[in-house]
Structure formats: C-alpha cells, structure tokens
Design a protein around this ligand. Sequence first.
Ligand code: KG4
Ligand code: ZN
Length: 337
Amino acid sequence: MLVLGIETSCDETAAAVVSGDKRILSNCVLSQLADHTPYGGVVPEIAARAHIQQLDHIVSQAMLEAQVNYNDLAAVAVTGGPGLIGGVMVGLMMAKAIASYHQKPLLAVNHLEAHALTARLTSDMDYPFLLLLVSGGHCLLLSVEAYGKYNKLGSTKDDALGEAFDKVAKMIGLPYPGGPQVEKLAQTGNPYAYALPKPLVGTEGCDFSFSGLKTAVSRLVGSLKPLNDQKRADICASFQFTVSQILHDRVGQAMQLHERRFIPRQLVVAGGVAANQYLKAQLQELCSSRAYTLIVPPPALCTDNAAMIAWAGVERLLHKAPADDLFFQARARWPLS
Ligand code: KG4
Ligand code: ZN
C-alpha cells in the first residue's frame, strides 16, 4: 500500500511516498526559510506563491526517489488544513489533479492528526496514548484513544509554544524560526540566571499560557540591554528551563487524567518543538518517574514534512475510513478534537 503525501500548510513545500508497512520511500522537504527571514516570520502570500513555484518539482522528485509510478499508488493524501489558507489550497489543488487524472482516492488530512500519528510511523506502538502536540501554531494535550478518537485535555489560552520560542528569539535578535536557535544558545547559558514566571503552574487542569512568560522575557531583555553573548545565552537557558518546568507540571496533570481511562502509559510528543532535545530529556525524566514510555519521532519528522501526511493517509486506508471527494475545501481552522 503506497501513499503519496503532500504538505503545503506553512513554509515547507513537501512531498513523500510512504508504504503501509512503515517504509519511507522518499521524503522531500523544501524550506522557504530564506524567502521569509527578511520579514522575521512567515508571510502567507509569499508562502503560497513559493508553493506554486516549487510543488510540481517536489512531487516529481518524491515519486522519482521512491521509484514509484502514479499507477502504483493506493491514494493521494494532502494537508486539507489547518494552516495558511493560500498554501493549503495550492497543495489540495495539486492533489486533486493527481487523484482525478490517475483515478486514485483523495485523502484530505488534518495536519494536526498527521503530527499526532507520526510516532506510529516511526515506532512500533499501539493506541491509546497521551499526546503533547507542540508546534508553531498549536499547543495541545490529548488522549488519543483510537484512530480518529481524540479527547482534548488542555490547550493554550494564548500563544503556542513554538510561537513563544520564536518571539523570545526575535527579542534577542535571533533569526526566524527561533526554536532551534534558542535551544543551541541555551547550551552555553545558565538556566538559573533569571527567575521567570510559570503561568498556570500549580492550578487544576492542563491548559497552558505563555503570554505572561513572553512579557517577562521582554521586560528582562529591556533591563539587560545592551545584550552580549553571555546574557543572550542565559536568557535562552532560563526561558527553556522555565518552559520545561511548565511542561512538567501540565503534562503531569494530563497523565493523571489519562490514567483514569487508559492503561498503557505512553506519552507521544509531536510537532516542531518536539525536535528540542533539552525538553525531550526533561520529559524523559518525568516519564521515567511515572512509569511512562516516551515516544518522540526523529527531529526531521517532528517539524513539518509530507511523510507524516502520507502516513495519516495510510492509517485512514488501514482503518477503512472513507476518502474525500474532489469538492473538499481547504480549511484554515480544523480542530482535532
Ligand atoms: O510543526 P512545525 O514545523 O510547524 C507548525 O505546524 O507550526 O513547528 C514549527 C515550530 C516553530 O515555532 C519552531 O521555532 C519550533 O517549531 N521548533 C523548535 C525547535 N525546532 C522547531 N522549538 C524549540 N526547539 C527546537 N529545537
Ligand atoms: Zn506542523
């Protein structure tokens, strides 16, 4: 069972071919980073135009690398949302054209669901599991009961975690996307240099809030100016340490709720921020203390890619869930639960 996946919901133009037995035959990702860097963030119009220019080529490359013919495909999977609407439309239009010409089922995939299911592509694991989904646009805790059954336990009241990383990076003059840069700089900093607030920690439930933390970093930066390399590193380390404590508390609460209903103790971390090795190590400690198995896909499959879209398509076929028709409309919003 071979599925072509297409991803264009943000600033990566991506195509991949994945098999039903979890082989990634190709995984082509073209980052538009250079196009957006001068603006300090993703510009939707520029992203959509870049997808139009590159997608043809990326899809051909993915098919060529996988050595697969369109006739061999079981289906064409594509991000149907949520995301920047112009980009989602470009990917959908391409997928519809391929599906219709080659008479293959069209599978419009929820981008968040694809992040959520990636761990099942990269590890041998079954449902149910607890999911922490942390990306540039989302910050969610869910009990994934079975395919298509997502119970939301908590979400952010303001910024997504990746967004908070990106904003802190911007405050201290690091380029977009800030997450990887903050992680790198934090390695040479002192995590205890500055005490920062931990919004909602110690309260009931599993919701997140990062705006107070972000404002505190902004004030701190103002008070420390002019910044030098050591101050920047200390800010990054203190911010990242604070985030790890917030995650420890919120995920700990979610574990309690999850355990009331489900027996297997598995925590999956997905989305771009899951690429952060410091946070992964901290979550590993939490998991070890609570007898959970921690499952984090490799960094290249945590950030946006099309292998995860293709795999979400495979799961749809394996679970015999219906395909979409060619009238499927791109969705800017598409809640998972
Ligand atoms: O999942 P993703 O590629 O795109 C979205 O769907 O949002 O996530 C991108 C986000 C960005 O905010 C980026 O700064 C963050 O993930 N990110 C990281 C790291 N790598 C990517 N955040 C912290 N540490 C990292 N190593
Ligand atoms: Zn994503």
